[in-house]
Design a protein around this ligand. Structure first.
Ligand code: ADP
Ligand code: MG
Length: 406
């Protein structure tokens, strides 16, 4: 988007329209016209050909919906972002059916407005490029979950292995688990699998690997998870760059629903690349002061890189419930970030680790395993039927069909 995007505001309330125009100008957009509903909106949009229309929608819906449909019929490529004081499903649905690209609720938040407009413009641009053949066909892309934490010994490997198993067994997803711990690389021990080839071998031969031969590099675990182990000699990491990591993860994401990356408690080029490629970053912390202090720094770094993106960055409190003198609500306050999930301290985890068997398999009903299974279901967008039925009864389990993916 080289030039300043041009916007038309459609809002019959002149006062609120003026406010919104001011906000748009401050955000750096050019407001080229404002209009009420009906012919005025349509004529201006048709003559001026804006990049995007921002339009109010309120009850009664007849006029706004008619205007929206007319605009959409006449100019199907024109993105229309609607906003409303209401947030009810009926209104949202009507807007979507009539051609809205996004739906915002008032009072409008400037940064939300800005990202909404940019998002719809980028989408339009991509559609144009695809039509003109300037973009390749879309490639399937799995969700990449980077399990990260600022310290060792806080449960990253426990979470990444058990989450992988739960995604495969509970949520029936195809899963690749990659050991990117450049220091200890203990996924193979945790999962009790033999290591013949590692991520270093795959990276070296990537040019000659296709979907079929890719399987030769992955160790099939009995849970269904396919594991790409760390090299047995840590010095082998030296030959790997961020580029290798990106390429390896790319190939895996094209062939699996989920790619889970386990990382070390240190920071280096490999970890940076693992974070960079993550669709989702699970930042693991525990209740002790050292871990919390390091997590504050890690969060700062993540926010600097990605902004305060709560969809992407999720804080997971592990070993919750142990008495360290630190309270959970204080952790959230210190981090200035909500705790997305808490996994309790559970002695069964330690026992399972000694047996080389993920707790989700060996003690599926233990407290820690139950939480990790819930995380897997949340990530995969599947509900626990039993739970939902108990709570909501009847048709509760249908709801995930209407939910946006996590
Ligand atoms: N929720 C938990 N309850 C009890 N012990 C845990 C829990 N999570 C991890 N552990 C134990 O803590 C130790 C470190 O876990 P690990 O996953 O190897 O951490 P990291 O990968 O961050 O270094 C292991 O002995 C593991 O069994
Ligand atoms: Mg580890």
């Amino acid at each position: 988007m080289a030039r300043v995007p041009q916007v038309i505001v459609v809002d019959p309330d002149r006062e609120s329209s003026a406010e919104i125009q001011k906000m748009l100008s401050m955000l750096g957009f050019a407001v080229i016209a404002s209009a009420g509903y009906g012919v005025e909106a349509f004529t201006l949009a048709f003559q001026l050909r804006p990049d995007v229309v921002l339009m109010r929608i309120e009850e009664p819906l007849v006029r706004p919906v008619q205007t929206l449909s007319r605009l959409n019929d006449g100019m199907p490529d024109l993105p229309i972002v609607v906003f409303s004081t209401e947030a009810n499903i009926r209104l949202m649905r009507q807007s979507m059916v009539s051609g809205a690209s996004d739906y915002l609720q008032e009072p409008l938040d400037p940064s939300e407005l800005e990202s909404s407009i940019i998002r719809v413009l980028e989408k339009k641009e991509r559609e144009g490029m695809r039509r003109r053949g300037e973009l390749d066909d879309p490639i399937p892309q799995g969700t990449i979950v980077t399990v990260f934490g600022a310290k060792g010994g806080i449960g990253k490997t426990t979470i990444s292995s058990n989450l992988s198993v739960a995604l495969a067994m509970e949520a029936h997803q195809t899963v690749a688990l990659v050991d990117m711990d450049t220091r200890f690389g203990d996924v193979a021990i945790t999962m009790d699998i033999p290591v013949e080839r590692s991520i270093a071998d795959l990276a070296r031969n990537l040019d000659n690997v296709d979907r079929v031969t890719l399987k030769d590099y992955l160790v099939q675990h009995d849970s269904g998870v396919r594991i790409l182990p760390a090299p047995t000699r840590p010095s082998d990491w030296r030959n790997l760059s961020a580029r290798h990591i990106r390429d390896v993860v790319d190939v895996l994401a094209q062939t699996h629903d989920f790619v889970v990356l386990d990382t070390p408690g240190t920071f280096n080029e490999i970890v940076a690349a693992a974070i960079e490629v993550g669709t989702m970053i699970l930042l693991v912390t525990t209740l002790d002061m050292a871990s919390i202090k390091d997590t504050v720094l890690a969060l700062e770094m993540l926010h600097e890189r990605f902004g305060n993106d709560e969809e992407r960055i999720k804080v997971v409190l592990n070993r919750a419930g142990v008495d360290t003198g630190v309270r959970e609500q204080d952790v959230a306050r210190t981090l200035d970030s909500p705790l997305w999930w808490r996994i309790p301290h559970d002695n069964e985890v330690v026992k399972a680790a000694q047996l080389g068997r993920p707790i989700v398999q060996s003690r599926p009903n233990s407290k820690a395993a139950s939480e990790i299974k819930e995380i897997a279901r949340a990530l995969a967008g599947v509900r626990n039927r039993q739970k939902t039925q108990k709570k909501g009864g009847g048709l509760g389990w249908l709801r995930p069909l209407f939910r946006k993916s996590a």
